[in-house]
Write a protein that binds this ligand. Structure first.
Ligand code: NAG
Length: 227
C-alpha cells in the first residue's frame, strides 16, 4: 500500500512537470517570436514595403509631428513642367493643368496646409503687374511655394524681386533669363528661408542646350502655431 502511494505521487509530479514544460513552450517568447511572426509575416512585410514606397510626396524621410512634407521641382528646359507637392497632395503640375511658362506659385495657409490659390505668370512676354498684384495680396501666415519653368525673370522688376526677398528669398534679386529656381517662403517670415535653390543659365555648365539642370527641394516645414 505504501509503495503504491509513493508511485502515485511520482506519477503526479511527472505529469505536472510535463504539463509545465509544454505550457512554458507555448508561451515562451521564442515560440511567439518564431510562430507568431510566421503567422503575420505577410502583412508585416507588406506594411514595410508600402512605407518604403510611400513617404509623403515621395520624400526620403518622414516628417515629425507638426511638420509638413513638401517637394518643389522646377521645370526642365521649356519641355517638362514644374510640380509642387505638399502633404502628399499635388498642388501644381502638368497633369493638374495649372502650370505655365514663367513663375509658378502656390499659396498655402501655414497653420492648416490648406491651399489658398495657385497662379502662373509668364515672365517672358506677360505683364509683371499681374504677379505683383498676386504677391501684394498675400496675408501674414501664408507659405509661398515657387517653381520656375523655362524663363522666370525677363520681365521681373525690382518691386517684384523685393516682394520675394521680403518672403525670405536670397536669390530673387539675382534671378536672370532662363535660370532655374525653387523657393519656399513665408509672408511675415523674419529670416532667410532655408528652402531655396538657384542655378544660373550658363552655356558652359547648362545640362540642356539653353537651360540649366532641374532643381528639386524637399523636406519638412514646421506648422505655424498660434499667431
Ligand atoms: C489659416 O487658417 C486659419 C484657420 O482657419 C485662419 O484663422 C487663418 O486666418 C488662415 N490664415 C491665412 C493666411 O489664410
Amino acid at each position: 500500500m505504501r509503495w503504491i502511494g509513493v508511485i502515485r505521487i511520482v506519477v503526479i509530479v511527472c505529469t505536472l512537470l510535463a504539463t509545465w514544460v509544454f505550457v512554458e513552450r507555448i508561451f515562451s517568447s521564442s515560440w511567439e517570436a518564431a510562430s507568431l511572426h510566421k503567422l503575420f509575416e505577410k502583412s508585416g512585410r507588406a506594411d514595410i514595403v508600402s512605407k518604403k514606397i510611400h513617404r509623403k510626396c515621395g520624400n526620403e524621410n518622414d516628417c515629425p509631428p507638426n511638420y509638413f512634407a513638401f517637394k518643389v521641382i522646377s521645370g526642365a528646359a521649356n519641355v517638362v513642367g514644374p510640380s509642387i507637392c505638399l502633404e502628399d497632395k499635388i498642388l501644381m503640375s502638368s497633369v493638374k493643368n495649372n502650370i505655365g511658362r514663367g513663375l509658378n506659385i502656390a499659396l498655402v495657409n501655414a497653420t492648416t496646409t490648406e491651399l489658398i490659390k495657385t497662379g502662373h505668370f509668364d515672365m517672358y512676354s506677360g505683364d509683371v503687374k499681374d504677379v505683383q498684384a498676386f504677391l501684394e495680396k498675400i496675408k501674414d501666415g501664408t507659405l509661398i511655394f515657387t517653381a520656375s519653368f523655362d524663363d522666370p525673370a525677363t520681365k521681373l522688376d525690382d518691386k517684384t524681386r523685393d516682394l520675394f526677398t521680403s518672403f525670405g528669398s536670397s536669390y530673387a534679386k539675382k534671378l536672370g533669363f532662363r535660370d532655374s529656381w525653387t523657393f519656399v517662403g513665408g509672408k511675415g517670415l523674419k529670416t532667410r528661408s532655408p528652402f531655396e535653390q538657384h542655378l544660373k543659365n550658363d552655356k558652359q555648365n547648362n545640362k540642356y542646350d539653353g537651360w540649366p539642370e532641374v532643381l528639386e527641394i524637399s523636406g519638412c516645414i514646421p506648422r505655424k502655431m498660434g499667431e
